[in-house]
Design a protein around this ligand. Structure first.
Ligand SMILES: *Cc1c(COP(=O)(O)O)cnc(C)c1O
Length: 313
C-alpha cells in the first residue's frame, strides 16, 4: 500500500512484550512497544518520522536541514542526530523556552556539535520566517521540518508502526500513545484503522492544543498521499497535560515511578509519563477487562527527563 520511499535510520521492528508486574498491578494485560529502543541517540518516536522526512530532503537535493521545538526538544536532538549520520548539515532554531542550559538533550546537541540558535518568541511562524532568512544569509536552500515532524510525511511513520504491530499477530483490544504535536496520534489512529481492526486507539494529550482538528487533518493528508480511500476515524483524545505542556503533573510522575519501579523502564515527565498515566487512570476506572490486551507505545524522551525538575505544581 505504501509506495512512499524512506531512508533507513532506526532498528525496526522495535521490541514488544508483555509487562508482567504492571499487568498484575492494573488487572489487565499491559504490553509495551519499545520505540525508545530504536537505535538512534536515546531513541524515540521522531526517528520513524525522520525516515520519511530526511529521505525527502535528500532526494530533492537539500543538504541543510532546520527544525524547531522548545529548548529540550527530543525531536530537534533526533533530527540533528539522524541528519548528521546521513551527511546532511543541520541547524536547530529553538524557542527560548524551558531549560536552555547544557543539560539533557542540550548535552547531546553539544556533543554532536550541531549549531543551536534561540528565538525569543512563542510563534512558530516567526521561527519558520527566520529559517528562510538564515538560508538566504548562508546562500543555501533550507529543508524546513516543522515542530515535532508532524506533517503529512511524518505521519506515515506511525502508520508503519501499526503495520509492525499487526505483523506480530497479537490481537490488541486497546492501544495508548502520547499526543504532543499530533503526528503520532494521527499515524496510530489511521494506521490502526488500516491494519488493526478491533484495536481502539486512545491518545493522551500532553499539550492543550486543538488536536480534534489537527489530528483528523493529518490523517486525511496521509490517506490522500497513500491514495487509500477510507473513512477518517474520529481520534480519541484524553486531556493529560495537567498543569501545562512540559510541566510535570503528579499523576504523570506517579506513572513514571510505577514503570521504573515495577519494570525497570524509563519514562519521562513531559510526554510518556503523562501518556502512560492516561492508561493507568483508565485501568483504575475499570475501563479494561482482565483478559484485554492493552498496548502502550513508548515514544522515548529520556533526554528531556534529565533536564527537568521533578517538582509538580
Ligand atoms: C514528540 C514526542 C511525543 C509526541 O509525539 P507527537 O507526534 O509530536 O504528538 C511523545 N513522546 C516523546 C518522548 C516525544 O519526544
Amino acid at each position: 500500500m505504501n509506495h512512499i520511499e524512506k531512508q533507513a535510520l532506526g532498528l525496526f521492528p522495535t521490541p514488544m512484550y508483555r509487562l508482567p508486574n504492571i499487568s498484575r498491578e492494573l488487572g489487565t494485560n499491559v504490553w509495551i512497544k519499545r520505540d525508545d529502543l530504536c537505535g538512534v541517540a536515546l531513541g524515540g518516536n521522531k526517528v520513524r518520522k525522520l525516515e520519511y522526512l530526511l529521505h525527502d530532503a535528500k532526494s530533492k537535493g537539500y543538504d541543510l536541514v532546520m527544525t524547531t521545538g522548545q529548548a529540550q526538544s527530543n525531536h530537534a536532538m533526533l533530527t540533528a542526530a539522524c541528519a548528521l549520520r546521513i551527511g546532511l548539515d543541520c541547524i536547530l532554531l529553538l524557542k527560548e523556552r524551558g531549560i536552555t542550559a547544557r543539560k539533557g538533550n542540550q548535552i547531546l546537541n553539544h556533543l554532536m556539535g550541531v549549531e543551536v540558535r534561540y528565538m525569543d518568541t512563542d510563534s512558530f511562524e516567526d521561527i519558520y520566517e527566520e529559517m528562510d532568512r538564515i538560508g538566504e544569509e548562508l546562500g543555501r536552500k533550507v529543508y524546513k521540518i516543522p515542530c515535532g515532524g508532524s506533517n503529512t510525511l511524518g505521519t506515515l511513520g506511525y502508520i508503519d508502526c501499526m503495520k509492525e504491530v499487526a505483523d506480530s499477530g497479537i490481537q490488541f483490544d486497546h492501544l495508548v500513545c502520547a499526543c504532543g504535536s499530533g503526528g503520532t496520534a494521527a499515524g496510530c489512529t489511521l494506521g490502526a484503522k488500516l491494519y488493526l481492526p478491533g484495536t481502539k486507539v486512545m491518545c493522551s494529550m500532553v499539550d492543550d492544543e486543538p488536536f480534534d482538528v489537527v489530528v483528523p487533518r493529518l490523517m486525511q493528508e496521509a490517506a490522500d498521499l497513500l491514495e487509500v480511500s477510507t473513512e477518517i476515524p474520529v481520534p480519541e483524545l484524553l486531556p493529560m497535560w495537567g498543569p501545562g505542556y512540559s510541566i510535570p503533573s503528579s499523576e504523570g510522575n506517579e506513572a513514571v515511578s510505577m514503570m521504573m519501579k515495577l519494570e525497570g523502564i524509563v519514562l519521562d515527565t513531559c510526554y510518556t509519563g503523562k501518556a502512560f498515566a492516561g492508561l493507568v487512570r483508565r485501568a483504575r476506572e475499570g475501563f479494561y477487562q482482565p483478559d484485554d490486551n492493552v498496548l502502550f507505545i513508548h515514544t522515548g524522551g529520556a533526554g528531556g527527563l534529565f533536564a527537568q525538575d521533578w517538582e509538580t505544581e
